[in-house]
Design a protein around this ligand. Structure first.
Ligand SMILES: Cc1cc2nc3c(=O)[nH]c(=O)nc-3n(C[C@H](O)[C@H](O)[C@H](O)COP(=O)(O)OP(=O)(O)OC[C@H]3O[C@@H](n4cnc5c(N)ncnc54)[C@H](O)[C@@H]3O)c2cc1C
Length: 408
C-alpha cells in the first residue's frame, strides 16, 4: 500500500505537469499510468505559446525541444496558391511568438525526468485504475490493476487526468457531457519525407482546401509530415476501402509536392488512424476528494490545437488550490471548487470559438463561406486580428505559474 497527499491518474500533459508542480511545492504524489512505456499512440503534436510559456517557467521546455521538434510560424488556410486565412504567430511578443511541432513523447519524457529527481514521487507505470476507495462519500484513494497484481493508494485527493475516455470520471459517476458539436472526423497518417525535407518545408500548420475534403498538414519531427484528411462525422466505419481510395486520391491532389511519398506510405485503410471528433464537458469537475483535469474534464476538436495547452493550463490553475487544500487539511469539494468556477468560463469560450473556427475553415458554402474573406482580412491585417491570435495562443485569461509556492 502507498500513501501520498495526491494520487494523479494519467501521465499525459495534464497529469505530469500537475505532478511536477505539486512535487516542487513539497507535496507527495503517486502517479498511476496504464502504459508501461512512454511510447504512446499518436496524439497532438502542436503546442501553443500559452503551454510553452508555462513549461518554460517550469524549466522543462528547453530539454523537451533538445529531444527534437520544429518551431512553426503560422497557421494558414489555403486553396491552391491562395491564402484564405493567415494566423501569423510572429505578431505575438517574443520569445513565445511561434507554434511548436513536438512529439508529445518528448514533452512527457522531460516532465517525467524532472519529477523523478524530486523526493515524494512514486510512479506506477503499467497500472490501470481498478476502483475508487470511498469513505463517508469522500474519495480517499484507489486500487490499481497491473500484470503483477496491482496495489492500493491512499490519498487526500485523486486527480483524474486520464484523458477523453476517463475511467476515474466513470467510476466517480460523473457524466462525460459528450457533444456532437462537429460534423467531421479526421483520418491521420504520418508520411516520411526525409529529415532535410521536413526541416526545410513550410514552417506552418496548413489546412489545404482543394476539390476534395480539406487536408491538414504540418512538419513532424524528425523526418515526416503529419497529414489529417477530414471526412464527414461517422462516415468511415462501413466503407473503409472506398473511403481509403478517396482519401489517397484527395490527399495527393491537395499536396502534390508529397504525392510519391503519400502513395508509398498509404497502401491500405490500415495505414490511416481515425480520430472520432467530438467535444465534451463533464457535468462537474470536483467532488469531495476528487478532481478532473485536461481531456477528462473537457475534450476538444484537434483542429485548433488547444488540447495540450488547456491540459497544461488546468494543471497550473489546480496547483495552488491543491497546495492550499493540503496545507489547510481538507479536500472537501467546497475547497476544490475554486478551480472549477475559475476555469469553466475560459473552457466554454474555447468550445464556442472552436465550433466557429471549424465552420469557418471547413464549410463549403453558406454564410461561413461568404464571411471567410472578411474574417481573413480582419485576422490578417488589423489589431483585432493580433488580439484573436493572442487569444488562440493563450486563451481568454492569463494563467499564472505560482512559482512562489515552490519549495524546490
Ligand atoms: C489524433 C489527435 C490529434 C491531436 N492533435 C492535437 C494538437 O495538435 N494539439 C493539441 O493541443 N491537442 C491535440 N490533441 C488533443 C491532445 O492530445 C489532448 O487534448 C491532450 O493530450 C490532453 O492531455 P491529457 O493529459 O488531459 O490527456 P491524455 O494526453 O489523453 O493523457 C491521459 C493519460 O492517461 C492514461 N490513462 C488512460 N486511462 C487510464 C487508466 N484507466 N488508468 C491509468 N492511466 C490511464 C493514458 O495512457 C494517458 O497517458 C489531439 C488528440 C488526438 C487524439
Amino acid at each position: 500500500m502507498i500513501s501520498s497527499d495526491v494520487c494523479v491518474v494519467g501521465a499525459g500533459p495534464a497529469g505530469l505537469t500537475l505532478s511536477l508542480l505539486l512535487l516542487r511545492s513539497g507535496l507527495t504524489v503517486t502517479l498511476v499510468e496504464r502504459s508501461a512505456l512512454h511510447g504512446r499512440e499518436f496524439r497532438g503534436e502542436i503546442l501553443q505559446p500559452g503551454g510553452m510559456e508555462l513549461l518554460d517557467g517550469l524549466g522543462v521546455l528547453s530539454g523537451a525541444m533538445a529531444r527534437g521538434g520544429y518551431p512553426l510560424d503560422r497557421f494558414r488556410l489555403r486553396e491552391g496558391r491562395r491564402t484564405l486565412l493567415d494566423i501569423d504567430y510572429r505578431r505575438l511578443e517574443a520569445p513565445y511568438n511561434q507554434l511548436l511541432s513536438i512529439p508529445q513523447q518528448h514533452l512527457l519524457e522531460e516532465l517525467l525526468a524532472h519529477c523523478e529527481k524530486l523526493p515524494g514521487f512514486t510512479y506506477l507505470p503499467g497500472h490501470r485504475v481498478g476502483s475508487l476507495q470511498r469513505h463517508e462519500g469522500r474519495t480517499t484513494g484507489l486500487t490499481t490493476r497491473s500484470p503483477d497484481g496491482g496495489t492500493r493508494v491512499n490519498a487526500g485527493c485523486v486527480v483524474g487526468a486520464d484523458g477523453r475516455y476517463s475511467k476515474v470520471r466513470q467510476l466517480a459517476g460523473i457524466q462525460a457531457g459528450r457533444l456532437e458539436a462537429f460534423d467531421f472526423d479526421v483520418l491521420w497518417l504520418k508520411v516520411p519525407i526525409g529529415s532535410t525535407g521536413a526541416a526545410s518545408g513550410a514552417r506552418e500548420v496548413s489546412v489545404v482546401r482543394s476539390r476534395g475534403n480539406p487536408v491538414l498538414v504540418y512538419p513532424s519531427w524528425p523526418d515526416s509530415v503529419q497529414i489529417g484528411w477530414t471526412l464527414p462525422h461517422r462516415s468511415f466505419a462501413g466503407s473503409k476501402d472506398a473511403v481509403f481510395a478517396r482519401a489517397r486520391e484527395e490527399i495527393v491532389q491537395a499536396l502534390p509536392q508529397y504525392a510519391d511519398a503519400v502513395r508509398a506510405a498509404l497502401e491500405s485503410a490500415n495505414d490511416l488512424t481515425l480520430l472520432d471528433v467530438f467535444a465534451g464537458c463533464a457535468d462537474t469537475w470536483v467532488q469531495d476528494g476528487l478532481v478532473l483535469i485536461g481531456d477528462a474534464a473537457h475534450t476538444h476538436s484537434p483542429l485548433g490545437a488547444q488540447g495540450i495547452n488547456l491540459a497544461i493550463q488546468d494543471a497550473a490553475l489546480l496547483h495552488p488550490v491543491l497546495t492550499a487544500a493540503v496545507r489547510g487539511g481538507s479536500f472537501a469539494a467546497e475547497h476544490l471548487r475554486a478551480y472549477e468556477t475559475g476555469r469553466r468560463p475560459a473552457i466554454d469560450a474555447v468550445m464556442k470559438f472552436q465550433v466557429m473556427q471549424s465552420r469557418m475553415m471547413l464549410a463549403r458554402g453558406g454564410l461561413e463561406a461568404r464571411l471567410r474573406p472578411v474574417v481573413a482580412r480582419i485576422v490578417g491585417r488589423t489589431p483585432i486580428g493580433a488580439k484573436i491570435t493572442a487569444r488562440i495562443a493563450y486563451g481568454s485569461s492569463p494563467v499564472p505559474l505560482r512559482t512562489d509556492l515552490f519549495t524546490s
